[in-house]
Design a protein around this ligand. Structure first.
Ligand SMILES: NC(=O)c1ccc[n+]([C@@H]2O[C@H](COP(=O)([O-])OP(=O)(O)OC[C@H]3O[C@@H](n4cnc5c(N)ncnc54)[C@H](O)[C@@H]3O)[C@@H](O)[C@H]2O)c1
Length: 276
C-alpha cells in the first residue's frame, strides 16, 4: 500500500516549523508528499517547503494576513509553535494559546469536510479538567484582543503562564471539537512529556536541570522531536477519521503511572512543576 497516511498532494500548514517538533513535523509531511506551508518567527531549514511566512504569533493582524496569503483549501493545520516559561508571562500566553487559537480560527474557513487540526499542548496542562471554570473564562473569549485582555486581568493565574496556556489548549480542543464535528472537521491535541529539543535548556533554566533529568518517565528517557511529530501526523491523517476532541498523552507512560497511583503526585509536582 502506498501513501498509507494519505498526505500526498494535501495542503497543510505547520506553525513553529523552524525548530524542534515543528521542524520534525514539517519534514515528515514534505517526505510524505504534502504541500507544506510553514509559519514561524524564524526561518526554517526544512527542505522542500511550498512556502514560508515569517509571522509573530503575538500579533493577530500578522496571523490573519499570513493565513490570507496562504489561502485556498487547507487540509490540515499543525499548531507546533510555543514559548517556554523563561519568557515573559504575557508573551507565553499570547503565543501558546491566543495566537494558536487565532491561527486555528483563521484557517477553519479554508477547511473542507475531512480537514483536521492538531496542536501541541504539554504534560504541564494535565490538570485542565480540574480547572474548567477558570479556563472557560479564557477559552470562550470572542477574539484575540479579548483573550489578551483576560490575560492582563489575571496576573495571579499568569504566574503559571506555561501550564495555564497548555491547559487552555486542552480545554479549547475539547470544546471546539463538538461544534466543528458537524462540518466534518476534526481537532485534537498532544500532551508531550520532556522532549530533547532546543526548548529543553529553557525548561532546565526555569526549574533546574536535575528536576528535568529526574522527571519520572516510565520509559526511562526523554523523547526526541520525531516521537512527538509522528503522533501529530497520525492524528491529522484521514486514517484517524473518527478521532476528535482527543488529548493524546505522548509522555512515555507518565499519565498512566500518575493516574494509577504508581507515580506520587506530591513528589512530582514541587513548586515550579506547572511551569515545566
Ligand atoms: N520540549 C519539550 O520538552 C516540550 C514538552 C511539552 C510540550 N512542548 C511544546 O512543544 C511545542 C514545540 O516545542 P519544541 O520543544 O519543539 O521547542 P522549539 O523551541 O524547538 O520550537 C518552538 C518553535 O516556536 C517558534 N516560535 C516561538 N515564538 C514564536 C512566535 N512569537 N511566533 C511564531 N513562532 C514562534 C520558534 O521560533 C520555534 O521554531 C511547544 O508548543 C512546546 O511548548 C515541548
Amino acid at each position: 500500500m502506498s501513501d498509507v497516511l494519505q498526505y500526498e498532494g494535501k495542503r497543510v500548514i505547520v506553525t513553529g516549523a523552524a525548530s524542534g517538533m515543528g521542524a520534525a513535523t514539517a519534514q515528515i509531511l514534505v517526505d510524505l508528499g504534502a504541500e507544506v506551508h510553514a509559519i514561524d518567527i524564524k526561518k526554517p531549514e526544512v527542505t522542500g517547503l511550498a512556502s514560508f511566512s515569517q509571522c509573530d504569533l503575538r500579533d493577530p493582524a500578522q496571523i490573519d494576513e499570513t493565513v490570507r496569503k496562504i489561502g485556498k483549501i487547507v487540509n490540515a493545520l499543525f499548531n507546533c509553535a510555543g514559548l517556554p516559561n523563561t519568557f515573559p508571562d504575557l508573551d507565553v500566553m499570547l503565543v501558546n494559546f491566543c495566537g494558536l487559537r487565532q491561527v486555528t480560527e483563521s484557517v477553519i474557513p479554508l477547511m473542507i469536510e475531512g480537514s483536521s487540526i492538531a496542536s501541541i499542548a504539554s504534560t504541564a496542562g494535565i490538570g485542565w479538567m480540574q480547572n474548567m471554570e477558570l479556563l472557560f473564562g479564557l477559552v470562550l473569549t470572542p477574539d484575540f484582543a479579548a483573550a489578551r485582555a483576560w490575560c492582563e486581568e489575571h496576573p495571579k493565574e499568569l504566574a503559571n503562564a506555561y501550564g495555564l496556556s497548555k491547559e487552555a489548549i486542552n480545554a479549547y480542543t475539547a470544546f471546539r471539537s463538538f461544534n466543528l464535528a458537524k462540518d466534518g472537521i476534526r481537532i485534537n491535541c498532544v500532551n508531550p512529556g520532556p522532549t530533547d529539543t532546543p526548548m529543553m535548556p529553557e525548561f532546565e533554566k526555569a526549574v533546574g536541570k536535575k528536576y528535568m533529568d529526574d522527571f519520572p518517565v516510565p520509559l526511562g528517557r526523554h523523547a526526541v522531536a520525531d516521537e512527538q511529530a509522528w503522533p501529530m501526523v497520525f492524528l491529522n491523517s484521514p486514517r484517524s477519521s473518527f478521532v476528535t476532541g482527543l488529548q493524546f498523552d505522548c509522555d512515555g507512560g507518565f499519565k498512566g503511572g500518575l493516574f494509577t497511583g504508581q507515580i506520587d503526585p506530591t513528589v512530582l509536582m514541587p513548586e515550579g512543576f506547572g511551569d515545566a
